[in-house]
Write a protein of this length. Structure first.
Length: 94
């Protein structure tokens, strides 16, 4: 059985407890492996996922190539977060 990029990347223990009504997006801040796993898990919710990061790892790029996520090549502003039902920070910064 062949896994889709989202299934392959999201094989961690990510579980979402509830999903929003349609039209609200999820925002992932960061472009590394953790951001890739979270974004892949969020794509299963049939909600738009936007990744904000100045650089992407290969796994996030795969999700982008499959058109499962959208990408903004910058860090988000407060205005970018107003319509989000979830914002996940996965920048690796302490």
């Amino acid at each position: 059985m062949s896994l889709t990029p989202a299934q392959r990347i999201a094989r961690d223990r990510t579980r979402l407890l509830g999903f929003p009504t349609t039209g609200r997006r999820a925002v992932v801040v960061g472009g590394g492996p953790l951001a890739a796993r979270r974004a892949a898990a969020l794509t299963r919710a049939n909600t738009p996922v936007v990744v904000f990061a100045p650089a992407l790892c290969d796994d996030v790029f795969d999700l982008l190539a499959e058109r499962l996520v959208a990408w903004e090549n910058r860090w988000p502003t407060m205005a970018d977060l107003t319509d989000a039902w979830l914002v996940h920070a996965a920048t690796g910064d302490s």
